[in-house]
Write a protein that binds this ligand. Structure first.
Ligand SMILES: O=C(O)CCC(=O)C(=O)O
Length: 339
């Protein structure tokens, strides 16, 4: 699939850009408002991308059935699961891939539509964790793009490096720029179907992504994400696992150099390619952090989402993509207007 995406980017960058801008400008109803741009992108891709030409020739009736269903059920796209499954099977066959492991949300209708299926029941409200949220190919493409960013995009801190996409959040607001399509395309459609950000009045999809890179031995001090953001975060992990620790708020009052281990409440094992969504009390009333270590001895921690005993895990380099909604934005276009 890497090659297909590269071909789409190569031949249809203008259409991709217009579609992306339309999604940004119509956070409430982009599914309907941006149909024209989606069709233009599809047309360009079908005409120029080898694999898609093949898929179109073989799967035209299944594509039409899926489109038809979506048109009829714009407010209720989950009614089109059957058509989506057929489309998935047809495209995988046309591309010559074995039908081994379709994405979980396609296998199981309930998972496809309902975030609550993924809720970690033993955690305080609310944490949702989805393994294999993105594929190995998507993970590789995302990592390639993160590392292809120009050097000045990186901000180097003592214990990690980071990149801001979508703008830099500031107290007075964020000068907002569209998120690049390489970040949104593998992640947003499923966030939208799972309705992860639907409670947010202003936007229904994130407008900011913080990329954090931790090499083995690095971490992040316990902290809260603060009031600049709508209180839901969605984090996609790439490259390596980590262990995310949750602390009671009183840790905040403790001396920073003297971590109050009693305030550690529980931990989550976060695997590469997974999605973690935090909201409610877990966003507002707990701190989260990652210890600076090169190996996680899981038996030493109260890990509440690990079902199988995976023993000790050596950490590699992990890149996390934390998607959020910054509510106070200043549109970049206001500054770019010609007079
Ligand atoms: O890397 C992660 O999963 C956590 C990142 C985080 O907490 C933050 O950037 O505020």
């Amino acid at each position: 699939m890497d090659q297909t995406l590269e071909e789409v980017v190569k031949h249809c960058s203008q259409q991709l850009d217009s579609y992306q801008r339309c999604i940004e400008n119509n956070p409430q109803d982009w599914g309907v408002a941006c149909l024209k741009f989606r069709s233009e992108l599809n047309k360009c891709a079908e005409e120029n991308v080898t694999e898609l030409k093949r898929v179109k020739a073989k799967c035209s009736s299944v594509i039409a059935a899926f489109d038809n269903c979506l048109q009829k059920n714009q407010k209720d796209p989950e009614k089109c699961i059957k058509e989506l499954k057929q489309l998935y099977h047809c495209t995988e066959e046309a591309a010559g891939r074995k039908l081994s492991s379709p994405p979980p949300e396609i296998v199981d209708n309930k998972k496809f539509i309902d975030l609550s299926t993924f809720q970690i029941q033993s955690a305080p409200p609310s944490a949702y964790y989805i393994e294999e949220y993105i594929s190995v190919d998507e993970e590789k493409l995302l990592l390639d793009k993160v590392y292809a960013a120009p050097k000045p995009k990186w901000v180097t801190l003592k214990n990690r490096r980071l990149q801001n996409w979508g703008g830099i959040p500031k107290d007075r607001g964020m000068l907002s720029e569209p998120l690049p399509s390489w970040l949104t395309e593998p992640v947003f459609p499923r966030l939208a179907f799972l309705k992860v950000f639907d409670k947010c009045a202003a936007h229904k999809l994130p407008n900011h992504c913080l990329v954090n890179e931790y090499i083995s031995g690095q971490g992040i001090m316990p902290h809260e994400d603060g009031p600049s953001y709508y209180p839901t975060v969605a984090t996609v992990s790439l490259g390596s696992h980590t262990v995310l620790d949750f602390y009671n708020h009183r840790y905040q009052n403790a001396d920073k150099g003297n971590m109050d281990s009693n305030s550690l409440v529980f931990s989550l094992l976060i695997k590469p390619r997974s999605l973690l969504v935090l909201q409610d009390d877990l966003y507002k009333s707990y701190l989260h952090g990652i210890e600076e270590r090169s190996k996680d001895v899981l038996s030493e921690k109260n890990i509440i989402n690990a079902v199988e005993d995976v023993g000790d895990l050596e950490r590699g380099t992990r890149v996390s993509l934390t998607f959020r909604i910054v509510e106070k934005v200043i549109k970049a276009s206001l500054f770019n207007r010609r007079t």
